[in-house]
Ligand binder design. Structure first.
Ligand SMILES: [Zn+2]
Ligand SMILES: [Zn+2]
Length: 334
């Protein structure tokens, strides 16, 4: 079935009959679900006829959100229905009790959140999660990590050779929503800046990432959500950021991205490093089109809010270039 007929009122049916391709209906239904992911939103469409119900169910189950392990019991029955499934799950739903998704070949995109997992808990579970996922995955996102360890990167590289998108992030763990003490405490519980404690410098970091992810020859988008700025940047910031203003009022916590002093001392070098490491990775991974990092010094305001930066890769005439804006083809060269 490639299309469905939408007809007007019966007396005009012979004159006014429009065929809408199912792909278009898929887009409309998925769009509706994006703003409000409840079946009630599309239940009217689903109950109008058998064909529409099929489309509605297919769209609804293309995106699975699993926060409790009991939910897995419903999933094996769905695999025949959808060719490509996006799964959003908590680490707990996959590991407590352990679940194997190896036979779930429809999985295309998997996003796992490690919310509230300590470094130790994360290290105990992340490899089990990697082993529980089918090797055919195209996109993998681990977010809210306590750290991004090389062992996990190497395990991902070895297990998922078809990955085109890989994102791991821990910068969202920095919590400046309460007070300066909570901000400092959250920074001490996360490996947010691996240079120089884990990697001696950016060259060492580049070499380690290239080695760990070597099998990923189809990788197009890589986001590693830690900072390339030195680890002591945050400590320096905590030591000079004012807790009280001139009238003695409390100053709410803020990060280096809003600090003139940190910007003057670090931004130029960090931004240059972000570009240089991205360029080196683009030389190594031939399919890369974008690289992202955790960063206090992005140029886009939306990225500053999320403490990240995105760098785009251009490959033309054997030359590789990187910058923070998408590369567009100039009309004169079309
Ligand atoms: Zn607090
Ligand atoms: Zn500062």
């Amino acid at each position: 079935m490639n299309s469905l007929a939408i007809t007007s009122a019966p007396r005009f049916a012979s004159k006014l009959k429009t065929f809408l391709p199912t792909e278009l209906l898929d887009i409309v239904i998925c769009d509706l679900l994006q703003t409000d992911y409840r079946f009630e939103v599309i239940s009217g469409f689903a109950s109008s006829c058998r064909a529409f119900r099929w489309i509605a169910l297919r769209c609804f189950f293309m995106h699975l959100r699993v926060s409790l392990s009991e939910r897995w019991r419903q999933i094996p029955h769905l695999t025949y229905m959808v060719k490509s499934v996006n799964l959003l799950a908590t680490a707990e739903a996959i590991t407590n009790p352990p679940v194997s998704l190896l036979s779930f070949h429809a999985l295309h995109y998997v996003q796992v959140t490690f919310f509230r997992y300590s470094v130790i808990m994360q290290h105990q579970t992340i490899h089990a999660i990697i082993k529980s996922l089918p090797t055919t995955l195209a996109a993998l996102v681990f977010e809210d990590l306590a750290d991004i360890e090389l062992g996990a990167l190497a395990a991902i590289g070895a297990r998922f050779p078809s990955l085109t998108r890989l994102e791991l992030s821990c910068v969202e763990r920095l919590d400046d929503s309460c007070c300066w003490s909570c901000f400092e405490e959250s920074s001490s519980a996360v490996w947010h800046s691996p240079i120089p404690d884990i990697f001696s410098n950016t060259s060492n970091l580049t070499a380690c990432i290239c080695a760990a992810l070597k099998p990923l020859t189809e990788l197009q988008h890589l986001f590693l959500g830690f900072f390339l700025s030195p680890e002591y940047l945050l400590q320096e910031h905590f030591s000079h950021a004012p807790e009280f203003d001139e009238e003695g009022g409390v100053v709410l916590p803020f990060g280096p991205e809003w600090c003139t002093c940190c910007f003057e001392n670090f931004a130029t070098q960090v931004r240059a490093d972000e570009l240089q490491v991205s360029l080196s990775l683009a030389q190594h991974f031939k399919s890369l089109t974008s690289v992202g990092w955790g960063s206090f010094f992005s140029s886009k305001s939306s990225e500053i809010q999320e403490r990240k930066t995105k760098i785009y890769v251009s490959r033309k005439n054997g030359r590789i270039r990187v910058r923070r804006r998408p590369w567009v083809i100039e009309p004169s060269r079309l």
